[in-house]
Design a protein around this ligand. Structure first.
Ligand SMILES: C[S@@+](CC[C@H](N)C(=O)[O-])C[C@H]1O[C@@H](n2cnc3c(N)ncnc32)[C@H](O)[C@@H]1O
Length: 260
């Protein structure tokens, strides 16, 4: 584990923040709030090729109340990504937000669809929205071999994060769409601002790509470290329910409020 001292780029420009950073293979993991850490200059401009991430999609988890507030937060996220990212952001979200996100933020309009093989169940698929950065160097449409991928969700009994996605989705599908063009490795560095159990970074390590991940919750950060170090399913901590993530995040907010 490395402790890194960084001069804050915050409004006072005086605070010195101590950030926990782990490097595992080609993956660099930061424990902390993505928005705060990028404000401190952790990621240089345009140093990331593309983003693959599943941002929080429940307004309440972000301390927000209405959908409108959520979309403001989402717009803010895209605005923060623009200077850092060269090409695309592929962002998972709930299928209940399919219309709103497409209409407000995706002029291109065609999401990728993860079909979870759940028959007629209400949450049987999840959209992955394609956000093109203003200076994207290629047209992603030429790289999408399949826009609907069939794969079961992680078995509930084996989940270590309530919103954990299967490794295969990243490794066999999303990162391939971005990384390999005409047989060449085009994308070099992928960012996941909300890494959870760390599957995006694990997939990047397996594919020989560099990656950067952020996680605000110390419990989930530990899970990501173990998963990226030892592989999918290696972490035996069971956090289980959605309620647990909420109380863990709550606790995290309280710790952050205590000045160091
Ligand atoms: C939907 S989950 C990601 C799940 C992940 N894709 C997986 O497969 O495990 C979103 C994650 O973002 C984290 N998070 C929320 N706000 C954050 C922030 N501002 N900075 C960094 N991480 C954050 C949450 O703690 C949560 O683990």
């Amino acid at each position: 584990m490395l402790q890194v001292n960084m001069q804050s780029g915050g409004c006072l420009g005086l605070t010195l923040a101590t950030v926990r950073k782990e490097v595992i293979g080609n993956a660099t993991l930061y424990l902390g709030d993505f928005f705060e850490l990028i404000a401190q200059g952790v990621i240089p401009e345009k140093s990331v090729d593309s983003v693959v991430s599943s941002p929080p999609f429940i307004a309440e988890d972000l301390g927000l109340v209405t959908d409108e507030e959520y979309y403001e937060w989402y717009a803010g996220l895209l605005a923060k990504l623009e200077p850092l990212v060269a090409d695309y952001a592929l962002l998972f979200n709930s299928n209940t937000r399919l219309y709103d996100i497409t209409q407000r933020f995706c002029p291109y309009g065609r999401p990728l669809i993860w079909d979870k093989f759940r028959g007629q169940a209400p949450y049987r698929y999840e959209p992955i929205f394609i956000h093109r950065m203003s200076k994207a160097r290629f047209d992603i449409t030429n790289s999408i071999f399949t826009d609907c991928y069939h794969y079961e969700s992680v078995d509930k009994a084996k989940m270590v994060h309530p919103y954990e996605n299967p490794l295969e989705i990243y490794e066999r599908w999303l990162i391939n769409i971005l990384a390999f063009r005409e047989g060449e490795k085009f994308t070099r560095t992928i960012l996941d601002p909300f890494m959870g159990s760390g599957k995006t970074l694990l997939a990047c390590n397996n594919l020989g790509l560099k990656s950067i991940g952020f996680e605000i919750n110390p419990d989930y950060f530990e899970i990501a470290v173990e998963t990226i170090r030892n592989g999918e399913g290696s972490c035996t901590a069971h956090l289980g329910t959605r309620q647990r993530i909420k109380s863990a995040l709550q606790q995290q907010k309280l710790t952050e409020a205590i000045p160091v």
